[in-house]
Design a protein around this ligand. Structure first.
Ligand SMILES: NC(=O)c1ccc[n+]([C@@H]2O[C@H](COP(=O)([O-])OP(=O)(O)OC[C@H]3O[C@@H](n4cnc5c(N)ncnc54)[C@H](O)[C@@H]3O)[C@@H](O)[C@H]2O)c1
Length: 387
């Protein structure tokens, strides 16, 4: 007997953008389609059926020509009214998200969207309650949880490798070009650097830090943050100079349930001399680990060198030597695709999916409290958000 194929119509909004095209359309939805769909445990398959939505027909047509045939439209209301399309996906610039997601919830669509879900904790929490009360399924992108480096780190924790974890220190960032030199254009959209358009590294990155910390190390209980706009003038996609009004660097400390102290620097104004664009060092009583996006290295207590402070001679220890790589124990797929597959299963089979609009709201809450801490120059406790 032929196995059932569940066709899931997905409205994809914001797919002409950087994240929408690369991670969500090409690496996730089209990759799932190319591999024959998401296979279900009891037999059967989920086949995502995307319809792209955007303002600019030329850009949508270009996606169709490059990756198609793909369905596309510039009429969001029309696709929201179509019963055959069960899911609304949103990777628009952040400031546009609350209004569009609200509309999609009202149209009865299941919601999957990028982070931050909104630019205020109030709006983000409201999206959660609206989706909850409407009874639609909902999820927020929390891709870092499926990075190979972080999967390895989580496994070390689950295996008890660290003993008692004391602290986590992380460095995220790289040099984002100002765009002044046309031969080296900025690697990120200009709205990221304009507060009035939803830019802010605190909002961008604290949404990630919240779910990374909550899920891997322990719930975030308090935050202290100082941020800056180190580079006040940048050049936009059209080569025009503009004032950078958003914070482009944030230096933060977090206190977790269980007492772990976390320090995380996020910056688009640093040059990289570390293993990766994101590096997390975890120190525990029995061992330490350093994880990047893909790799993870460990040093156990037994393998810990015994340095002695003496600046008069070159240090005899090569500190980078004494770390062992953690070997992969699985094949790691694209992180966005893995989460898409879980969300599609959630929609079709009702399989639990933890990474909801409530979890998304917690990220926005932490960002907002980070800004408040910076403004007040003080530590701020993080209150619980009720389900
Ligand atoms: N999960 C992650 O790691 C990650 C990484 C980067 C960005 N993001 C998030 O993804 C979202 C998109 O970021 P991006 O870097 O792709 O931005 P982008 O500027 O490249 O894309 C924005 C999209 O929104 C559309 N858009 C902008 N203004 C519009 C308007 N007025 N009406 C209709 N459509 C409009 C653009 O056409 C484009 O499709 C943001 O919310 C960002 O925070 C997530």
């Amino acid at each position: 007997m032929a196995k059932t194929t569940h066709h899931v119509g997905i409205i994809m909004n914001g797919v002409t953008g950087r994240m929408g095209t690369n991670q969500h359309l090409v690496r996730s939805i089209l990759a799932i389609r190319d591999s024959g769909g998401v296979r279900l445990d009891g037999g059967g398959t989920i086949m995502p059926e995307p319809v792209l939505v955007g303002r600019n027909p030329t850009k949508l047509k270009a996606l169709d020509e490059q990756y198609g045939p793909l369905k596309w439209t510039t009429d969001l209301d029309e696709v929201l009214a179509a019963d055959s399309l069960a899911v609304y996906f949103d990777a628009l610039s952040t400031s546009l998200r609350p209004a569009t997601v609200r509309k999609a919830i009202a149209a009865g669509k299941h919601i999957y969207c990028e982070k931050p879900t909104a630019l205020s904790a109030r709006d983000a929490y409201e999206l959660y309650t609206l989706a909850r009360d409407a009874g639609v399924k909902h999820g927020v992108v929390q891709d870092k949880l499926w990075l190979p480096g972080l999967i390895k780190l989580k496994k070390l924790i689950d295996d008890g490798f660290f003993g008692r974890i004391l602290s986590v220190r992380g460095e995220f960032g790289y040099w984002v070009f100002t765009g002044e030199d046309p031969s080296r254009p900025a690697q990120r959209p200009s709205w990221n650097y304009r507060k009035q358009d939803g830019g802010s590294i605190i909002f961008d990155m604290f949404c990630h830090w919240r779910y990374v910390l909550d899920n891997i190390f322990g719930s975030v209980k308090a935050v202290s943050c100082i941020a800056a706009t180190h580079v006040p003038r940048r050049w936009d996609e059209g080569g025009k100079p503009y004032d950078a009004t958003a914070d482009d660097s944030a230096y933060a400390a977090f206190e977790l349930e269980g007492g772990i102290i976390v320090q995380l620097n996020s910056s688009w104004c640093v040059r990289v001399r570390r293993d990766d664009l994101l590096v997390l060092q975890v120190d525990g009583t029995d061992g330490s680990a350093v994880a990047g996006l893909r790799d993870c290295r460990v040093q156990s207590l037994a393998g810990t060198p015994r340095p002695v402070w003496n600046p008069d001679v070159a240090n005899p220890i090569d500190f980078r030597e004494g770390w062992e790589p953690v070997e992969p124990d699985a094949e790691y797929d694209n992180a966005f695709k893995v989460q898409w597959e879980l969300f599609l299963r959630h929609v079709v089979t009702g399989e639990p999916f933890r990474w909801s609009l409530l979890e998304g709201a917690k990220g926005v809450q932490l960002a907002e409290l980070g800004v408040e801490s910076w403004r007040r120059r003080s530590w701020i406790d993080v209150p619980e958000l009720n389900a």
